[in-house]
Design a protein around this ligand. Structure first.
Ligand code: PRP
Ligand code: MG
Length: 175
């Protein structure tokens, strides 16, 4: 519903120069703090993927965990965390990706996704798409199929949406 978008936009807090100068940080914690709004957001982010036979939701560390886990429950799917290197205890697959400065990586447990799994990737925000693309590569390495991406916010002045495939990305809010 259109009022949901207005309600969420009103609760996203813009923080100037965080985590470094020149970055305008979109803080979603006020959305999560409101139980009614949080529920509506989870429902709306899950909705486009209902009936798509999602078997696994992969949430990306750290803020993707907060939305990914309840979306997995809403879709009656399992949940798997994609974590920064060195955080997962079991055998992992790793994907490195470029950041604006330097590089970073993500890992999945090798049994987090099985061949034939239909996977939804969830994060709070899509910017360059580097994080989501690395997550998709991990899923593919394990034989899963990336059905789509659900994000709360897409920064459409950056190339993330194009990079992942326009038709695969659902964003509640675009800037
Ligand atoms: C932010 C955001 C996304 C990613 C998007 O995470 O939560 O995961 O950046 O950027 P991209 O599309 O350019 O890859 P961040 O790296 O700040 O880590 P955090 O979620 O652990 O705070
Ligand atoms: Mg993140």
């Amino acid at each position: 519903d259109s009022t949901l978008l207005e309600d969420v936009k009103a609760r996203i807090r813009d923080v100037q120069d965080f985590p470094k100068p020149g970055i305008l940080f979109k803080d979603v914690t006020p959305v999560l703090a409101d139980p009614h709004l949080f529920g509506r957001v989870v429902n709306a982010m899950a909705a486009p993927f209902r009936g798509r036979h999602i078997t696994k939701v992969v949430g990306v560390e750290a803020r993707g965990f907060l939305l990914g886990a309840p979306i997995a429950l809403a879709l009656h799917a399992g949940f798997a965390p994609a974590r920064k290197p060195g955080k997962l205890p079991w055998h992992t697959v790793t994907e490195r990706y470029a950041l604006e400065y330097g590089d970073d990586g993500l890992q999945l447990h090798e049994d987090a996704v099985a061949r034939g799994d239909r996977v939804l990737i969830v994060d709070d925000l899509l910017a360059t798409g580097g994080t989501a693309d690395a997550t998709a590569k991990l899923v593919t390495k394990l034989g899963g199929e990336v059905v789509g991406y659900s994000v709360l916010i897409s920064l459409d002045f950056l190339p993330g949406r194009e990079r992942l495939g326009r038709e695969k990305v659902c964003a509640l809010i675009s800037y």
